[in-house]
Design a protein around this ligand. Structure first.
Ligand SMILES: [Zn+2]
Length: 56
């Protein structure tokens, strides 16, 4: 089974902190990163960009 991997850039709209994470495609077309919240306790106001990574 092929596993799709993504690079996920998350920018907090509240404080501007940026997080670069690896994500896998979860069920229902969502991308699982394990990201919970920003350092400033913001949990929902983010700018999220995903980029598909090439398979080796
Ligand atoms: Zn923040």
């Amino acid at each position: 089974m092929k596993k799709e991997r993504f690079k996920v850039s998350i920018t907090c709209k509240n404080c501007g902190e940026r997080f670069i994470l690896r994500g896998n495609r979860g069920g229902k077309g969502t991308i699982e990163t394990g990201f919970k919240q920003c350092l400033c306790n913001n949990v929902e106001d983010f700018n999220i960009q995903t980029e598909e990574l090439e398979q080796a």
